[in-house]
Design a protein around this ligand. Structure first.
Ligand SMILES: C[S@@+](CC[C@H](N)C(=O)[O-])C[C@H]1O[C@@H](n2cnc3c(N)ncnc32)[C@H](O)[C@@H]1O
Length: 279
């Protein structure tokens, strides 16, 4: 598939799934972090995940930060408001720019954030520009993950920090034939074209190849599990009533993922990781 087609499909997928994200996740498009020590609501867990980004980046008010795959601006507006940093948010999804700008205006942080329509594999920023870069649940959409990471390395200052909150999957031979079929259907329908490059215990090697050092991986699937479990509760009835019986998984990738990925995550076939590194 060529790049033009990829971005058309990606835009269609996010337009189609917009209502779901708005209704079930208040416009955010990432999972929450549930600490083991206390009970929190999904909304609180979402904020804890966003604070974890700041913690992993050791964010300060002096930092210029890239949010690569900014979605509707939920994370960047929160970080700019709480930590005072300046942020460039990029996305190739047209409507997300408008939504993010509206949110920044509402939260009075428009002077701290700039949103642009841009592909993280081909950015218009100059070399050695950012103090920090973060991604949350976006890199499996890359057309070419090695090119994306090289771009991150190029635009990051020497000594700059990255924090990537991303899934990895087990090797193909660990999945059943049925699981592989589901994985392929969901990743195709949601344009996760490079999911296959995110393998457990291997992605850190890809980061090193791109020039990053001090690469650390933390596996936080257990903290994210309740967030996925919550979505599963909403999805389970429609999934077993009509999506699965009529083979409609590609038409309803998010409903399918909420049910089927939950089972795979329980078996350790899908993990949620935080990768940190420096240039
Ligand atoms: C699951 S959403 C996560 C959005 C946001 N990080 C959040 O957590 O709310 C995936 C996002 O990836 C971004 N994305 C996908 N492909 C991209 C690309 N080639 N360049 C930049 N961003 C991209 C889009 O902004 C999309 O909303």
């Amino acid at each position: 598939m060529n790049e033009k087609e990829h971005f058309e499909r990606l835009n269609k997928y996010y337009i189609k799934s917009k209502a779901g994200y708005d209704i079930f996740l208040w416009g955010s498009k990432h999972f929450g972090f549930y600490p083991k020590s206390k009970k929190v609501t999904e909304r609180e867990a979402q904020v804890l995940m966003q604070d974890l980004v700041a913690k992993k980046l050791k964010l300060s008010a002096d930092d210029l930060v890239l949010d690569a795959g900014c979605g509707q601006g939920v994370i960047s507006t929160y970080l700019a408001k709480k930590y005072g940093c300046k942020i460039e948010g990029i996305t190739p999804i047209h409507f997300e720019i408008d939504k993010a700008n509206l949110l920044a205006k509402k939260l009075k942080v428009s002077d701290k954030i700039n949103y642009s329509l841009m592909d993280y594999s081909d950015m218009e920023f100059k070399n050695n520009y950012f103090d920090c870069i973060y991604t949350i649940e976006t890199l499996s959409h890359s057309v070419n993950i090695r090119k994306t990471l090289k771009e991150f390395h190029r635009v990051l200052k020497k000594g700059g920090r990255i924090a990537l909150f991303e899934y990895t999957i087990a090797e193909d031979n660990c999945f059943s034939k049925y699981e592989i079929k589901i994985l392929n259907k969901v990743s195709h329908a949601s344009t996760m074209d490079s999911l296959g490059d995110f393998r457990h215990d291997k992605f850190q090697g890809t980061l090193k190849e791109a020039g990053f050092k001090d690469v650390i991986v933390e596996h936080i699937s257990e903290n994210v599990g309740p967030s996925l479990g919550r979505l599963r509760k909403f999805a389970i009835l429609p999934y077993y009533l009509f999506v699965k019986p009529f083979g409609l998984q590609e038409k309803f990738p998010n409903v399918t993922a909420a049910v089927e990925f939950y089972k795979m995550a329980k078996k350790g076939l899908i993990r949620y990781n935080i990768f940190t590194a420096v240039k």
